[in-house]
Design a protein around this ligand. Structure first.
Ligand SMILES: [Zn+2]
Length: 145
C-alpha cells in the first residue's frame, strides 16, 4: 500500500493487516517464518542482508537483543542489529520469535562473537550426528553472523 495522503494513512490504520501487531499470533509467526529461520537460538535471515543506505551486501549480523512486549499477543521479540561494512550504516530488524527461542536465551543481549560461537557448537553437533549416522556428510553452512 502506498501512503500518499492523510486519507491513505487513515485507511491503512483501519486495515487490521496494516498493523502487524494486531494480527493473530499464528499469522505473525507464519509470516515471519517465510523470511526468517526461527528454528534455532537466533533468528537467521532467509534472504541476503543488504544495506538500505548504500545497497551493498557486505553486511554483518552484529548483535541480537531479546525482549518481550507485554501488551502484544506475539510477545517475544529479537532485535537483530546489522551493520554495513562499506558505509557503516547500522540498522535493526524487529523479529517476532517463538517462546522456545526466547526461553533458550540465557541473557538479553548477544554480540556477534557470542552468536558465532553458539552457532558453531550447534553446527558441530549436527555434523557429528550426520557422521555418526553413516550418511554422507554434507557441509552445514553457517552463514551468519
Ligand atoms: Zn552501506
Amino acid at each position: 500500500m502506498v501512503l500518499r495522503t492523510a486519507e491513505d494513512v487513515y485507511q491503512a490504520m483501519t486495515d487490521p493487516y496494516y498493523y502487524f501487531r494486531d494480527m493473530p499470533t499464528e499469522e505473525v509467526h507464519e509470516r515471519v517464518a517465510q523470511r526468517w529461520d526461527v528454528s534455532g537460538r537466533f533468528p537467521l535471515p532467509r534472504f541476503a542482508l543488504c544495506c538500505p543506505a548504500c545497497g551493498q551486501l557486505e553486511v554483518i549480523y552484529s548483535q541480537c537483543y531479546f525482549h518481550d512486549r507485554k501488551d502484544s499477543p506475539s510477545k517475544h521479540r529479537a532485535d537483530v542489529q546489522c551493520k554495513c561494512t562499506i558505509c557503516s550504516h547500522a540498522f535493526v530488524f524487529g523479529v517476532v520469535i517463538p517462546g522456545r527461542m526466547a526461553r533458550a536465551a540465557t541473557k538479553m543481549q548477544y554480540n556477534r562473537r557470542e552468536i558465532r560461537q553458539i552457532l558453531q557448537k550447534a553446527t558441530d553437533k549436527k555434523n557429528q550426528a550426520v557422521a555418526a549416522s553413516g550418511l554422507p556428510v554434507c557441509a552445514i553452512r553457517v552463514c551468519y553472523p
